[in-house]
Design a protein around this ligand. Structure first.
Ligand SMILES: Cc1cc2nc3c(=O)[nH]c(=O)nc-3n(C[C@H](O)[C@H](O)[C@H](O)COP(=O)(O)OP(=O)(O)OC[C@H]3O[C@@H](n4cnc5c(N)ncnc54)[C@H](O)[C@@H]3O)c2cc1C
Length: 328
């Protein structure tokens, strides 16, 4: 059994108290929401924080409600609630599907949206015990100077293997970050960066308080497809979220590397994709664009197979939409 390391446990009851506690020592504090990722990582020696800030008692983070003409999803909302709430299911079915596909019922009951968005990046080398990593001199994500999955690699390629970011980016969600210095909102698509060692722009004294998802247009159709090694408890090896409105096609491919990728359409593909429902040539053009732009990195393994699955997975997501829009 792997024991937890020692740390000071801080469990405030209000958001302000949580922000104050974080501001007091941001570099020495690890935030814990549901703990479904943090606790195994602490046991593996991936973090050695002096303090752990538990958010479980902060009721203000648990709101799921209509706000500013859209839906507000608090960082403390559980994956189970995202999967089952009638408003997410009706307005944002790809998000509900992504939450339902994550982990297990027990983990979804504990795991939160904030934890999912800030999930530590994963890698075949990094996600091992301290004993195992000690023997191989660590890696770019921790204290080493070598990448063990890309020989000679100078940048960490650990992947964001979380289910909810792709659909939320497809829905054009904004993420809210708060600290004692103030509050800021940014498009979720710009929250992530390309360095797997730290793949998001959250400052160490900031907490994610939630995301705001704009109300969908009445004709918006969306889908989520998750590829994993087995149809059971497993992180995505590749995932695709698609949101198609009358005027826009947004396809996001995730679990490639540190950040999800919004597929850009060439002028030719965009012209094909303007008609509704999407035609088979339009779907092929979008799938080809995705395959050309999305290159799964070595961190999660099987990169050749994952690369080959990009176009079929995008095609599957879009075909699901066409079928649902043309059903009698
Ligand atoms: C067996 C197993 C299978 C899993 N399968 C999946 C899967 O298929 N798909 C998937 O997406 N995930 C999966 N997970 C991971 C995890 O359960 C979920 O991602 C969950 O949503 C994480 O939420 P949490 O609240 O438990 O996060 P925590 O573990 O508490 O935190 C995760 C990260 O987010 C940070 N954090 C949490 N809340 C905030 C906040 N409000 N502000 C700033 N930082 C914050 C923490 O510091 C930490 O870095 C799996 C986990 C296990 C153990």
């Amino acid at each position: 059994m792997l024991p937890l390391p020692p740390f000071a446990w801080i469990a405030p009851r209000t958001l302000q108290a949580a922000l104050d506690a974080l501001a007091a020592a941001p570099d020495e504090t690890l935030v814990l929401a549901g703990g479904t990722d943090v606790l195994p990582n602490l046991k593996r020696g991936l973090h050695q924080p002096r303090r752990v800030l538990g958010l479980g008692r902060v009721a203000e983070l648990g709101h799921l409600e209509p706000r500013d003409g859209g839906l507000w999803l608090g960082a403390g909302v559980t994956l189970e609630r995202l999967a089952t709430d009638p408003r997410t299911a009706a307005w944002f079915p790809a998000l509900a599907a992504a939450a339902a596909a994550a982990a297990t019922p027990q983990l979804r009951r504990m795991g939160t949206l904030g934890g999912n968005l800030c999930l530590d990046t994963r890698c075949a080398f990094y996600d091992q015990s301290a004993f195992w990593r000690d023997a191989l001199h660590h890696c770019l994500k921790t204290t080493g100077d070598t990448c063990h999955v890309v020989p000679g690699g100078k940048r960490c390629v650990a992947a964001l293997a979380a289910d909810t970011p792709a659909p939320l980016i497809a829905y054009q969600a904004e993420i809210e970050l708060r600290s004692t210095r103030g509050v800021r909102r940014l498009p979720l698509a710009t929250f992530y960066g390309g360095d797997g060692a730290r793949n998001h722009v959250r400052a160490r004294d900031e907490l994610v308080t939630g995301v705001h998802v704009p109300a969908p247009s009445p004709e918006l159709e969306s889908a989520y497809v998750k590829l994993r090694a087995r149809q059971a408890v497993d992180f995505p090896l590749l995932s695709v979220a698609a949101a198609v409105s009358a005027s826009d096609v947004r396809v996001v491919v995730a679990a490639l590397g540190p950040r999800p990728r919004l597929v850009r359409l060439s002028a030719g593909a965009a012209a094909l994709a303007a008609a509704r429902p999407l035609s088979p040539p339009a779907i092929d053009a979008i799938a080809s664009a995705a395959a050309a732009q999305c290159h799964p990195l070595a961190s999660l393994g099987a990169e050749q197979w994952r690369a080959e699955r990009v176009a079929p997975t995008v095609r599957r997501a879009l075909t699901t939409l066409v079928l649902s829009t043309t059903e009698p």
